[in-house]
Design a protein around this ligand. Structure first.
Ligand SMILES: [Zn+2]
Length: 283
């Protein structure tokens, strides 16, 4: 089980190896959200982010391993740069992994109520305000087919767009570095989503890059929005007109909590995705 403590230890190691570490904001509980930058600060900058959904913390482990792989294989300087944000929803991940003892006392009865009285949070996806961060971005907010309007373990859009500090941290980073491509890692499905109402020329550009990713990973490239709204990828595509992708790793047959061993068959498909993604847009 990959935890925030593992992440902090890895961040320190990667810093010693030459990566640049920044805190991009704080969670609801006030925990700093780290990012790991490898490469140069020009020209293009991309973002690889994970664990926006709490129970999908296997994606944090994948992204940290990608950071190690990138710096070991390509060094700490190369043309363009990659921001790795392995764990955006740190509070939600802690709740999922450790239960109520991991969250501030004031939140515990609220979270238990939202969870239907159960203290088992292993299937929890939201942050500790019970907002699903991947529906909280300002992109056709509240129009998703699975959106709900009250606190819940998943799918609650929040009181207004970007109401959550974790959402704002990612928005601010993306704007500040003028990101040119983003990849959001989720689980599960072995699929890649690329579409959110773009029109040409962006539509053909984004599909073409998606086809490259599908070829490398052997994941299925899925056309259409499938009723999505308010997601990070959706916001990147609609508001910033950039290519942005959701990668769903791990076969759907694996049940939660996903064991670390489920990463083994995914690793070779994904280890070079960050560096290849950067170079796909450098050409
Ligand atoms: Zn997800």
């Amino acid at each position: 089980m990959y935890t925030y403590y593992n992440l902090i230890a890895d961040v320190k190691n990667l810093e010693k190896m030459g990566a640049k570490i920044e805190n991009i904001g704080k969670t609801v509980a006030g925990v700093s959200i780290p990012s790991i930058h490898i490469g140069d600060y020009s020209p293009n900058q991309i973002i690889i982010q994970g664990a926006i959904h709490a129970r999908e913390y296997i994606t944090s482990e994948l992204i940290v391993r990608q950071a190690y792989h990138t710096i070991t294989r390509y060094g700490s300087t190369f043309k363009g740069g990659i921001y790795f944000v392995p764990m955006i929803n740190i509070d939600g991940v802690a709740l999922c992994q450790y239960g109520l003892s991991a969250v501030p006392v004031l939140k515990r009865s609220f979270l238990t109520d939202v969870n239907g009285g159960s203290t088992n949070f292993t299937l929890w996806k939201a942050n500790i305000n019970a907002v699903d961060l991947n529906t909280n971005f300002n992109a056709r907010w509240g129009t998703g087919t699975q959106n709900i309007k009250y606190p819940a373990p998943a799918n609650y859009i929040g009181p207004y767009p970007e109401s959550e500090p974790e959402t704002r941290a990612l928005v601010e980073l993306t704007n500040r570095i003028k990101a040119t491509l983003t990849i959001s890692y989720h689980a599960e499905g072995q699929e890649i989503y690329w579409e959110f109402y773009q029109v040409d020329p962006e539509k053909s550009r984004d599909k073409k890059i998606g086809e490259e990713f599908a070829k490398i990973t052997n994941y299925k490239l899925i056309d259409g929005t499938l009723g999505s709204a308010g997601g990070y990828k959706d916001w990147c595509i609609e508001k910033l007109k950039m290519p942005a992708y959701t990668f769903e790793i791990i076969p759907s047959s694996v049940s939660f909590p996903i064991p670390s061993s489920a990463l083994i068959p995914e690793w070779s498909k994904n280890k070079d995705i960050p560096y290849k993604a950067l170079n796909l847009i450098l050409v």
